[in-house]
Each structure stands twice: as structure tokens, then as C-alpha cells.
Design a protein around this ligand. Sequence first.
Ligand SMILES: [Zn+2]
Length: 334
Amino acid sequence: MPGPAASRRRQEKSGGGGLRMAKKQKVCYSKENTPVEGFAGLQPVTVAQARSPSGKWEQGGKTMRIVDIHTHIYPDQVAQKAIAALTKGPLRPLTGCTAAEAQQAAEASGVIYSVCLPVATRAKQVEHINRFSAETNSRYSKLICFAGIFPGAADMEAQIDLAAQLKLPGIKIHPQFQGVFLDDPAMVRLVCLADAYHMPVIFHGGLDIAKPYPLYSSPWRAAHLLQMAAKQGVSKPRLIFAHMGGYALWGEVEKELVGKDVYFDTSFLAGRIPKDVIKRIILNHGAERILFGTDFPWQGVEENRDFLLSLGLSQQQNQAIFYDNAAALLHLDE
Ligand SMILES: [Zn+2]
């Protein structure tokens, strides 16, 4: 079945310093020494929604459309190895992470599309990853794979050009696993190139449970990146900072990023951020700049959906977060 990537989307085509390190503990803190919050265990979430016979979820009698902007898959031959490496710490997946399993999970949870985010941890992996992404998009009707790009690679521009030719609709960057600070000049260059190709870029934001330190993805560095990109003439970059802008650094997000013209996604937050904090961030930042995401296979659609619905946002705000904002960003309805 031809994938949505082929048929529905149009494709036209050292850090800022300031990281302080406590010598003995080998722990890095962000510039503001923001206390690390949000590592509390999962809390139960009230489910107040009824599932329709079609498998879609209803709110106020209307079927909710859902795009999950943040999921991960791996090629079949490396999926088990990848999961084994990532589960050395506290993370446990809900299921496997092959494309077939992600498609199955999307169908079971009534998601229209799952956006899959590959991470290129080395420059030489990039082309292989992106060809796999394109092949997946053509084979799986519910999966939309972004491109993985390695910031600062000698052939970065050519790789972004190839990603555009392969009709990959966006770029995933993971500073924690790529070892590049968010405000490194290579990131600024990447943002400029992505802007030229009209490609959104989604960055991991904040700590990563599997690789928390050094902290490459601080919210204040994200704000610095925006400033540097604006100086290069990028006035309205399509940038998404995952995990509400900075996992476990919510205070710094509120100080540095809330209200700026960037998107946050809601991935991996069910039960991991105080409800009053996430609601305040959404309302102050604007629901029109929030995208629903899960971080599948590490969390699922149902727990994140119910967590968000329990915040008591309006139906219009929920519709924007669960579908409309992503649909506009990815040209899904064109
Ligand atoms: Zn993720």
C-alpha cells in the first residue's frame, strides 16, 4: 500500500559554553542549575473516555483524530540489539520496536499516523537510515519516518538534500546521543538548511533517562539556538523541542522557551510531570504550539492521551494538540 509519505505530503525540495561541571560527581548542570524534577514514578491516570467501535477515541461525542509525533522504530535486524542497549537503565519498552510492531500499535490505538524519529549517532549511518525511512514510508500506511541527520557532518547539506529527495518530511536530532550541544554552530547551520528545505526539525529536549549527562539539550541552549538562527535570517523556523521543551527541566523551559515561536511535544510525560506544571506550560505557550507524542515504545498512546485529557483543556485545544497542529506542520490534509 502506498504510504502517506508518498501520496499526501509535499516536499519542495562548540556550543555556547556555560556548562558547569561539578568536578567530583561528574554531573553537569544547566546554566541556571535548574533543579531536576519529574523523575517520580508513574502515577495512575484516570480514564474517562469511551472507545468507539472503529477503534478511534471520542471526546464530547466527536471522534478524535490523533497524530503521534514522537515514536521510534528500528530495522528488523537491529531492533533487538537496540532495545537491549537502551534497557540497560530504567527504561522498559511496551512492545518491540520494528516497523510492523509500530504499525500494529498505531492501528490498535486508533492513531492516524505515527511519526518515527531515527537517531543517527554517527555521520556514516545517515544515508542508510534515511533509505530505510523512505522504504518504511512506502510500505507502512500509518508510519511517517523523519530523516536522521548528524549535525556538523562534512556532507550534512548533501544528506539533507537526499532526505528531501526521499520525501522525508522532517529531521530528528538527538543532542544527547550525538554529543553536539543544541547551540553548537553546526546546529545553527542545520536549522538554516532545514529552513531552506521547508523541513521541520524535532530535537530531543532536556535530560534523557538513558543518557542524561553531559546535558547537551538544555532549554537555555535551545533559546540560544533560536537567537543564533534568527541572526542568520531564519525568522520562523519550524522547530519542535520534545518532552515539553526539556525533560525534567520544566522551570528552565518556563523561563527560557515558553512563548517563543517553537513547538513542544508531549512525549514521555504521562505521570512524569506534575499536572499543574504541564497545564500551565500549555496555556502560557499556547495549545497551537503543542504536538501530541508518546515516545513509543517507551510509553503508549492511551496513557499519554488520557493524561492530557485529564488536564481539562477545551475540546478545541485538545483537537489542536492531538491532530490539527501536526496536520498543518506536515501538510497531511493537502
Ligand atoms: Zn524519543
